[in-house]
Design a protein around this ligand. Structure first.
Ligand code: F6P
Length: 550
């Protein structure tokens, strides 16, 4: 099914108007915008559930926002959003519906794909996951030798790893601390090797997470894990049933691997890998935090889904964040976007967003297959504050690039921090607020001089300022708040893809490397077929073989 062709983005009057407006804004300073509008800091804020989104420190005026909303209207963002929520096949290159929103829909919702309501199946799987999680958590589910399961090793990659791994770190303080959870993704044997250190096979459950169940990294690691397990417990294939479960859409391949499909937790082709961690792919997380917390997280997602669907454009946070990205990419030539969480628990948050955003919007042809003539998805990067401040913030403050940044922070530390550590939170958050202030307002040469700085050092100590940031503040990092944050970014990515007229839900760009790796492997191991390689790769492969003594 092909969407009707539409006017090229950069030929729309709305795009042209934004370009003209950008020229008029040249030289506009955030200092001035704040001086002109004393309430800007509260006027340009939104509330979504538990999230306070302050976008006042962005390089926008009311006129910019109006023009951006007009662009969204002209490019049919709302229509595509509604089509997505209705279960239409908006992933046109794969002819698939895009329905991660159904994964968190309430039990009584009706969402149809090909005439069938998918919500009962979603809840049946969630219930099955909950029953299984409870059995593991209570000790009722035991290993082959009757020992209680104490270790869970999740084997998956990309969307079958990053989501649960990120959320497990994010929600550590809500986890059952008597369980050890480890995540293995890399086909580098070192990953599995380290993950298995100190684990007793008789007490270990492997969760094999793969939508397709054909991904070479995952199947290779799962096979090695099975060998380790069977050797360790001194049993045959019959032990697999108690130590391996699968999360997949592909029952045939799961059975081929030797996992009883009774121990498979299903999801569907309308769930994209990078949008899947609130499906069965979240099983390891659910075991760690328990079904109730998992449901709280889903409710958080759903809250933002409803907001995205129903809030008027002026108050719609994902729409706004998406349009800001379009603005900076399209009219400031911003190449990247930093996401800087001031929570150590969010240490994997940005890595998760990298896949979400870059695999979704890293495209250079539009829905009709024509090359795009505008920037699409940015490079997403960042690490938790305050660590980044002592590493790369220098470049954000004084470098030559425009780097819009999101700062994410919390009023309260979560969980069971040692009481002596609680006061550190104010110091963390003082840095959080100070950074966006410094980035926005900088320090002028005159202010530097007024401090008695010698003239030759003035340029070095001047901060240009005017660096755009968005601040997202919540009370605490709870399961619900995590769900809200992820849904906010999912829909932001959606908005950008819709404006840029690209298919945000395929990922053909990952295929070529996979195919070539399959061809190169026998050259490495058997030395055959090297003559078909280009001269650079052939020489590198030859050097590799020599180093390996082959
Ligand atoms: O190679 C990219 C990709 O297809 C991702 O989109 C996906 O999340 C990942 O591989 C893992 O795929 P699977 O869950 O099928 O193993």
């Amino acid at each position: 099914m092909n969407a009707p062709s539409r006017t090229k983005l950069n030929q729309t009057p709305e795009w042209t108007a934004l370009g003209k407006h950008r020229e008029e804004l040249a030289g506009t300073r955030l200092r001035q915008l704040f001086a002109d509008a004393p309430d800007r800091g509260t006027d340009l804020t939104l509330r979504v559930g538990d999230l306070l989104v302050d976008y006042s420190k962005n390089l926008v005026t009311d006129e910019t926002l109006r023009l951006l909303r007009e662009l969204a209207a002209a490019t049919g963002v709302a229509e595509l959003r509604d089509a997505m929520f209705r279960g239409e096949k908006i992933n046109t290159t794969e002819d698939r519906a895009v329905l991660h929103t159904a994964l968190r829909a309430p039990r009584d919702a009706v969402i149809e794909v090909d005439g069938e309501n998918v919500v009962p199946a979603v809840h049946a799987v969630l219930d099955k996951m909950a029953a299984f999680s409870d059995r593991v958590r209570s000790g009722e589910w035991t290993g082959h030798t009757g020992r209680r399961i104490k270790n869970i090793v999740n084997i998956g990659i990309g969307g079958s790893d990053l989501g649960p791994a990120m959320a497990y770190e994010a929600l550590r303080s809500f986890t059952d601390r008597s369980l050890t959870l480890r995540f293995v993704s890399n086909v580098d044997g070192a990953d599995l090797h380290e993950a298995l250190q100190g684990l007793d096979p008789a007490e270990t459950l492997f969760v094999i997470a793969s939508k397709t169940f054909t991904t070479i990294e995952t199947i290779t690691n799962a096979t090695s894990a099975r060998d380790w397990l069977l050797t360790g417990v001194g049993a045959g294939q019959e032990a697999v049933a108690k130590h391996f479960v699968a999360l997949s859409t592909n029952a045939g391949k799961v059975a081929d691997f030797g996992i009883d499909t009774a121990n498979m937790f299903e999801f569907w082709d309308w769930v994209g890998g990078r949008y899947s961690y609130d499906s069965a792919i979240g099983l390891s997380l659910m075991i760690a935090i328990g079904p109730d917390r998992f449901r709280e997280m889903l409710d958080g997602f759903h809250l933002v889904d409803e907001h995205f669907r129903n809030a008027p454009a002026e108050e719609n946070a994902p729409l706004l964040l998406g349009l800001l990205g379009v603005w900076y990419g399209g009219f400031f030539d911003a190449q990247s976007h930093a996401v800087l969480p001031y929570s150590h628990y969010l240490s994997k948050f940005t890595a998760y967003l990298q896949q979400l955003d870059m695999e979704s919007n890293g495209k250079s042809v539009d829905r009709d297959g024509d090359p795009v003539e505008w920037q699409t998805g940015p490079v997403v990067w960042g690490t938790p504050g305050t660590n980044g401040q002592h590493a790369y913030y220098q470049l954000i403050h004084q470098g030559t690039k425009v780097i819009p940044a999101d700062f994410i922070g919390f009023a309260e530390p979560v969980g069971d921090l040692l009481p002596g550590l609680v006061p550190q939170h104010d110091l963390l958050m003082a840095n959080f607020f100070a950074q966006t202030q410094a980035l926005a307002f900088g320090k002028t040469p005159d202010e530097v001089r007024a401090e008695g700085v010698p003239e030759e050092l003035v340029p070095h100590k001047t901060f240009r300022g005017n660096h755009p940031t968005t601040t997202i503040l919540a009370d605490r990092l709870t399961p619900s708040v995590l769900g809200q944050l992820i849904a906010l970014y999912e829909h932001k990515v959606f908005v950008q893809g819709a404006v840029w007229n690209i298919d945000s839900f395929d990922q053909w760009g990952v295929e070529l490397g996979k195919v070539l790796a399959k061809k190169i492997e026998p050259v490495l191991t058997e030395g055959t077929g090297g003559e078909r390689l280009d001269s650079s790769t052939a020489a590198l492969v030859a050097a590799y073989r020599t180093l390996r003594g082959r």
